[in-house]
Design a protein around this ligand. Sequence first.
Ligand code: FMN
Ligand code: SF4
Length: 635
Amino acid sequence: MPQSNLSPELTTTGLTSLLDGQGRKPTRLLQILIEIQAAQHWISPENIDQLAAELNLPRARIEGVIGFYSFLHAEPAGQFRLLFSDNITDRMLGNQNLLEYLCNKLWLERGHVSEDGLVSVDTTSCTGLCDQGPAMLANGMAIPRLTRERLDEIAELVLQKVPVTQWPAELFVIENNIQRREILLANSMQPGDALRAAIAQVCVPGSAVEAAANQRSWREGIPSVALCAPVSTLEEIKRSNLRGRGGAGFTTGLKWEACRNAPGGEDNRTRYVVCNADEGEPGTFKDRVLLTTQADLLFEGMTLCAFAINAKQGFLYLRGEYRYLLEPLNAVLQRRRDANLLGANILGQAGFDFDIEIHLGAGAYVCGEESALIESLEGKRGIPRNRPPYPVTHGYLDKPTTVNNVETFCAAALVGLHGGDWYRGIGTAKSAGTKILSVSGDCARPGIYEYPFGVTVRQVLIDCGAENTLAVQVSGPSGVCIGADEFDRRIAFEDLATAGAFMVFDESRDMFEVARNFAHFFAHESCGFCTPCRVGTAMLKATMDKIAIGHGTQYDLAEIDQLNRILLQSAHCGLGHTACNPTLDTLKRFRPTYERRLKSLDFEPAFDLDGALATARRMTGRDDAGAHLSMEAES
Ligand SMILES: Cc1cc2nc3c(=O)[nH]c(=O)nc-3n(C[C@H](O)[C@H](O)[C@H](O)COP(=O)(O)O)c2cc1C
Ligand code: SF4
């Protein structure tokens, strides 16, 4: 194995000090592995031995974690690892040609490390840069707007062995592309505004809040007067009708209340606030922009949640693809600590103690599922847990945990300042507030659009300059694909619920290829824990590939329905449940694009039986008609 690419600093002592920096906590195993990977470009058997000894963990546990995350490697993957984002929108922008171009320039075969161990080029799932693709990650750092000229520059830097940290800053410039602002993106809140408003709340004598505070006081052993403000905060969030923005749309106030009601350990304060910034759904990038432009609002929302549920510790789980945001976000956290908006006795309120740590992900879409995310936060493989129990009672380290999306916490901060009635007055009766959409694909102005709930798809298409639109994929592959006759449908929980992705496809696009890309995505991202999803997503991918090369039949189309039923009934988490959505939606709305690829036969085996017998024929020296299944059948 080529080891020439190992940086010298990670000797045994180097690793020891890295472990010290991470507090030697097994819960930080993933963070430790990410650091080793960044320093050496892979994790060697010697590293694993040392980690096992120093963290007192079985070697298999460490290997299991490395094997789970696609950004970690137990084999050298090149001093420079260049990963092209492979969402359908990257493909529409020509990423495949560019990938070939770069491989040729570097004399490389895609997916293989160069013989000198210098570089490898491959693909990765959507990197959240669909508004400025095609994009890539260079040793984990995002580079948007790839062109041949930019790739020439990158190839030169690689061949000159210039470390990625010294590449021109211009390569890494990422635009926010905010095209439309409403209450959230146009907010003028100052850090601490919502917290000050929350702390200042007092109980109106005889009010429902006072009654709730009295009841809680009796249960929790805290003086009723100290509970007025947290209870009022919770009531405002409930009154706002705020629902989660991460996809499932659960009512935020009820989630916070359930967490607050769950026993929080001996001090009754061992609860956790977790922000889900994993944003792995292809076509979604609004959290990236919120993390860049609204970090204070987000942390304010998390701190408000801690105040309401009585928690001391928070985590932001940041997807590995957004690694470049780690330092800026840590700087905002530090600024908030300095301003007493985090830490002990926040804003002088005795006992209001809360702080936030950032954990990085490492390239696993399933870690966006909240229980998988918690496993990952604990330093394990991100395999979704059995539910119930839910995280609100048994979450991080088995303690009550509130997990919310980035946008949900930002909206909660607005509610904290302006109140629940103000918030529920915006949007529709069942969908309060605004929704931020990540618009990409065939349109003149891709980017971020904030609307009050209830906006029609048609309006969004007009605003983003889309013409001759054939279809829109709302909420990413796990969402829904709609055709032109449905463009008057509304973005709202009661109609088109969405986590934010809004991918536009014009009449030049082939919706079969769109669905095929999504089938590949699900097969790649299935964590493999349960058989129906592991096998089912692979079968779906194989069926779509079979149709693509002209071997599909009506029987295959019918089988997809059957597969979907199995996945819905028996897959363990939402990934498996939604994996067939894009195929079924496009089959329903754009069936001719499938049918013109089909053979007229009713059935064609996916497995080439005669081909599989080739080895046996070679070994027996036979190649006569009787040794061939097809010839046998014909004779
Ligand atoms: C496969 C899968 C991936 C998910 N990815 C995300 C994600 O990237 N971000 C997110 O907020 N929620 C994601 N979710 C939803 C979370 O499980 C959870 O419902 C959400 O974080 C709760 O926050 P909310 O109530 O604020 O929406 C995902 C769910 C599944 C099944
Ligand atoms: S449904 Fe898929 S992603 Fe979810 S646990 Fe099962 S194998 Fe993993």
